[in-house]
Design a protein around this ligand. Structure first.
Ligand code: DON
Length: 567
């Protein structure tokens, strides 16, 4: 009798989910005792684990993974772009290495406008003039020198070997290359390397990248400054000059990464360490979490129309602020403290109605515009000692500007499009931006990249980040809410369907099978505008520490077929 009662109780608990953690069907996170790397490329994740097994820490692994992704995930992994690396040492010290690209010295506010003052189509996205001064190599080198244990030559070797000896192309990499055929075909070296001059690669083919191997060999032998002052710099500058690009020897020589403190916020007793400007991501994330704190999400129910409505209204307001205020704080004043204050969030919460959508036009004037999907990549690493790296880096759009500088074997970014080409005119992500993000020499374009670390009582809980342009911020938001409000583990939190709203255009993006028909109808009945077609959002990779055992849990996003690998 007693046993039957226990069984019924257990069944009730499992079915209501009232006491046990909710469990949307999802594979278990990867479990490991020592360390884990979660990234979009299984080859890169394995390289990172191998580095840790050879005595390296999370930062050594991060540098090796970043360099490897430049070989195995060329749409976003890079040495010709930039990004942000958040490092939290086991003793709690945390810093961000900001290796975001900078505008060339001869860049100017209206450089993408024609004589009538109109934005020139593709000028900031395709080709040589779209390229910002790359920061990746100097950022990785700085991270290694401040926090690593291994030598530069050792962490670069796995990438060099993969470029020289080749690797097998998987489905996702082939698909990403095919998706950018038109862009890559415009530039001879890109056409030769990624499209084999029209003899397209197929899944299972081996790709070798001899030019890239040569570049990595030079960097290995001569050190990271080679990129900025040596043969690599010369190759970039020559190609820029031949093709009307702006980047000069002086630009490369003058590039320096910046060390920043993470932006801090709290959410329901957890502490967040996230990305300050020149990313808008951290401030928008904290602003949104502060608003959500006014509501009992768990009671509304995960993915209910009430909860989704609240998320949408919160996103809409935070993105309106992003458009208005954000830029590189080394150049313009951004009211970050105000945006992330609890008081400001309380005021925002008062403007949200539970029974109807607030049209974005009523929040701030603007015109609906379209968006397109593109690429960046994030990886997260934890080592045996408990050091953590959360790194997002990018060429901006998939395969960046499309340009492979002649003889270098690597792609150059089109990060200049993240600036405001003209206030009121949307960029490639449909984002409207202000004067605060206008182009100026050496300035960094505003980013949305949001590498984030979450703590409880000073102890590491999980780290997360994602690609996806503006959707990055909302992907990170939803992973944080999934863990904290709904008690999901890191894999469930990543697997769960996502939504995205960015104020303008006034439309909710949603994922295939992500919101059921009834819920969509309920949202539309209160004025939410859902996109006609669904599409995947983001590609988050995270690690978590299981409080009861100290086990490392790693999770890669199923959306692009990445892998978490542990040991
Ligand atoms: O820094 C930014 O916000 C953009 N350049 C990121 C681009 C991106 O995430 C594209 N990925 N899907």
């Amino acid at each position: 009798m007693k046993r039957a009662f226990t069984a019924i109780l257990l069944l009730a608990l499992l079915t209501t989910g009232a006491v046990v953690a909710p469990s949307a069907a999802s594979r278990e996170p990867v479990r490991a005792r020592h360390g884990i790397v979660a990234s979009v490329s299984e080859i890169a994740s394995k390289v990172g684990v191998d580095v840790m097994q050879r005595g390296g820490n999370a930062v050594d692994a991060a540098v090796a993974v970043a360099l490897t992704l430049a070989v195995t995930w060329p749409s976003a992994g890079n040495i010709g772009g930039g990004g942000f690396m958040m490092i939290r040492r086991a003793d709690g010290r945390t810093e961000v290495i900001d290796y975001r690209e900078r505008a060339p010295l001869t860049a100017s506010r209206d450089m993408y406008l024609n004589e009538k003052g109109e934005v020139i189509k593709n000028a900031s996205t395709v080709g040589y003039r779209a390229v910002g001064v790359p920061g990746t190599i100097s950022g990785l080198a700085l991270a290694l020198s401040r926090h690593g244990k291994l030598k530069w030559a050792d962490v670069i070797e796995p990438a060099r070997a993969l470029a020289a000896e080749g690797f097998t192309l998987n489905h996702q990499t082939v698909r990403s290359i095919q998706g950018s055929r038109e862009l890559l075909a415009k530039f001879p070296d890109s056409n030769r390397i990624y499209l084999r001059d029209g003899k397209y690669y197929e899944e299972g083919d081996t790709i070798t990248q001899p030019d890239l191997a040569k570049t990595l060999t030079r960097l290995k032998e001569k050190g990271p400054r080679e990129f900025y002052e040596g043969e690599t710099a010369r190759l970039i500058v020559d190609d820029m000059q031949r093709n009307g690009g702006l980047i000069t020897a002086q630009d490369l020589k003058g590039y320096e990464p910046t060390i920043r403190n993470p932006l801090k916020g709290t959410y329901r007793g957890y502490e967040l360490l996230t990305m300050p400007p020149p990313s808008s991501g951290g401030a928008a994330l904290i602003e949104m979490l502060n608003v959500l704190e006014h509501y009992d999400l768990a009671r509304m129910g995960w993915n209910s129309s009430a909860e989704l409505h609240l998320l949408i209204e919160t996103m809409r307001r935070a993105f309106a602020d992003r458009a208005e205020f954000m830029g590189d704080t080394d150049f313009v004043k951004v009211p970050v403290a105000g945006l992330i204050s609890k008081k400001y969030a309380a005021e925002i919460a008062k403007t949200i109605a539970s029974d109807h959508a607030t049209p974005s036009e009523n929040i701030r004037a603007g015109k609906p515009v379209s968006y397109e999907s593109t690429e960046t990549t994030h990886f997260t690493i934890i080592d045996q000692e408990g050091n953590v790296v959360s790194n997002t880096y990018t060429l901006n759009n998939s395969f960046g500007s499309g340009v492979t500088a002649r003889g270098t074997g690597f792609l150059l970014n089109n990060e200049m499009d993240d600036f405001t080409s003209k206030p009121g005119v949307p960029n490639a992500y449909g984002l409207l931006q202000s004067e605060a993000n206008a182009i100026a020499p050496k300035k960094r374009p505003l980013s949305a990249m949001t590498p984030t670390i979450v703590l409880k009582d000073g102890k590491f809980v999980f780290a997360i980040g994602s690609p996806g342009g503006p959707t990055i911020i909302n992907t990170v938001l939803q992973v944080v809410v999934n863990v904290i409000d709904y008690g999901m583990n890191i894999q469930q939190a990543i697997d769960s369907p996502r939504i995205h709203h960015q104020w303008m255009p006034d439309v909710v993006r949603w994922e295939p099978m992500g919101i059921n028909g009834d819920t969509r109808a309920a949202l539309m009945s209160i004025g939410q505008k859902l996109s006609d077609r669904s599409g995947f959002i983001g590609d988050a990779h995270g690690v978590m520490v299981e409080a009861s055992t100290g086990m490392r849990l790693g999770a890669s996003d199923p959306r692009l077929g990445g892998a978490a690998v542990g040991y």
